[in-house]
Design a protein around this ligand. Sequence first.
Ligand SMILES: Cc1cc2nc3c(=O)[nH]c(=O)nc-3n(C[C@H](O)[C@H](O)[C@H](O)COP(=O)(O)O)c2cc1C
Ligand SMILES: Nc1ncnc2c1ncn2[C@@H]1O[C@H](COP(=O)(O)OP(=O)(O)OP(=O)(O)O)[C@@H](O)[C@H]1O
Length: 308
Amino acid sequence: MELIEQIGDIQNQIQPSVVALGYFDGIHLGHQELIMAAKKIAVEKKIKSVVFTFQSHPLSILSPSSAPNLLTSNSKKIEIIESMGIDYMIFPKFTSDIMRTTPEDFVKDILVDKFNTRQVIVGFNHRFGYKGQGTPELLMSLGEKFGFEVTIIKPVQISGKVISSTLIRELIQSGQVEEVIKYLGHHYSIEGKVVHGKGLGKKLFVPTANINVQYNVLLPKLGVYHTMVNYDNTLHHAVTSVGFNPTFEEHPLSIETYILDFDDNLYDKTIEVFFIERIRDEMKFMSLEDLVHQIKTDIDFVRHKIKN
Ligand SMILES: Cc1cc2nc3c(=O)[nH]c(=O)nc-3n(C[C@H](O)[C@H](O)[C@H](O)COP(=O)(O)O)c2cc1C
Ligand SMILES: Nc1ncnc2c1ncn2[C@@H]1O[C@H](COP(=O)(O)OP(=O)(O)OP(=O)(O)O)[C@@H](O)[C@H]1O
């Protein structure tokens, strides 16, 4: 896959192509259907497949205070789109210049002139161009004008709900992580480097891997979760606490994982934590013994689940 981060870098027009448009946070099952439709058309018509998305959420420029924390980091997005067999990923920053581009200019100057587009795929509710004035219907009429086909993907629904990045974010933020798999196709995960915590865990006989995540990563509701940790391409059952550890004063927000039956040194290693099920709220304990006792109960809960 060729990754193009600046549209200005495209000197020679891409060969005839089919382009999928969207922000694609999470690359949920609706996004996957849309991207696979582009891939299928590319193979049938022997043209190039292109996914056009942005490095930053449009709201981070339009209305920074309402920009959502994200389900997928940029590196993860690239990895997933590449694994889907796409030829080109166009991945510019969302800038104020792009923001001011009218739908017609976007279509003419970028889709037609740069990508030599023969077909464009969007979802039923896709908006593009200045103030979101571009709709699937407008795209159809621009397609007639400039000579490309348009495919509009119908809403992909599960259990009567239209899948969207917003729906998935709400489930994660309210702790309903076990619901997420049916919309995302896999458990929600966050990835990060293992850093030093306050070192209290070892003293408590529960060593934990604390991870650092990027500032705009969406975190699940504070609490304790049954998780799976991917380390070195191996999955391990684990329990993870996301919270401020209220038993200790002024403890910063931390994401701490105790991996069952594991004692390698993880400092500076990258791990991915998949959230399977929420076990409980975080609690303030009167004594360290009570905290350790509760953590052991959490671990037993997971052991019991694995057995059954
Ligand atoms: C499964 C699990 C559950 C936890 N639950 C709580 C909790 O309910 N309340 C709390 O104050 N800390 C909780 N903690 C956090 C511990 O207090 C924390 O691991 C310990 O303070 C070590 O912190 P450190 O890594 O900063 O040294 C939990 C940790 C784990 C691994
Ligand atoms: N459930 C779905 N079915 C079909 N197409 C979809 C679905 N969800 C999104 N799309 C399409 O995928 C592309 C990317 O959409 P976008 O990134 O806005 O996703 P979204 O899940 O609708 O996000 P948000 O919840 O932030 O609106 C768009 O063309 C959009 O119309």
